[in-house]
Write a protein that binds this ligand. Structure first.
Ligand SMILES: [Zn+2]
Length: 177
């Protein structure tokens, strides 16, 4: 299954599930645990059936992410690159999961999450895309929540508007209490 990679940029930090201001030690720890949980041999037992990623490519993504983030110099370069990429569109606002409107699509296993942009179109992401990024969408009655498959304290996803260049940052608070 091919994901529209242009709409949501998955960073090396997302892949290792580590905060962008994490220190090298944290990155190393995350890398090791990511490696363990994503090892092709291990994946078959641990992931649920709607995991569409090719285990081998996830594994390679983790290796690549570590190659870049594990080295202070290449990490610094990558940080600059990320900042430049993000400046292309202005982040209009920061929102939380509760602010999103939920829309079930035709395939009822997939929910689409929407937030209206000031241009009239929507910022959107669906549960499949979130799954690719390591988040599981939960519906409890009408209340929506997101959980990371591998828990991180805090994560955020930048969502692009369907029409204009504005972007919005969805903050995902991993309440571990
Ligand atoms: Zn817009």
């Amino acid at each position: 299954m091919q994901l529209a990679n242009n709409t949501i940029h998955r960073t090396h930090y997302n892949i290792l599930n580590v905060k962008e201001d994490a220190n090298q030690e944290e990155i190393r720890t995350r890398y090791k645990s990511a490696l363990l949980t994503s090892h092709p041999d291990k994946l078959q037992q641990t992931t649920n059936s709607n995991h569409n990623d090719d285990p081998q490519s996830t594994f390679l993504e983790i290796l690549t992410a570590w190659e870049i983030l594990g080295d202070i110099k290449s990490r610094a370069l990558y940080d600059v690159e990320l900042r430049v990429q993000r400046q292309e569109g202005v982040i209009a606002d920061e929102i939380e999961i509760e602010d999103l409107t939920v829309e079930a699509s035709g395939d009822n296993a997939v929910v689409e999450l929407l937030y209206q942009c000031r241009c009239g179109d929507y910022f959107s992401v669906d549960s499949l895309e979130l799954g690719e990024m390591g988040f599981i969408v939960f519906m409890e009655g009408n209340k929506l929540s997101l959980r990371a498959q591998d828990s991180a304290d805090m994560a955020s996803i930048v969502l692009p508007c369907g029409s204009c260049s504005l972007k919005i940052r969805l903050m995902i608070n991993q309440d571990t209490s």
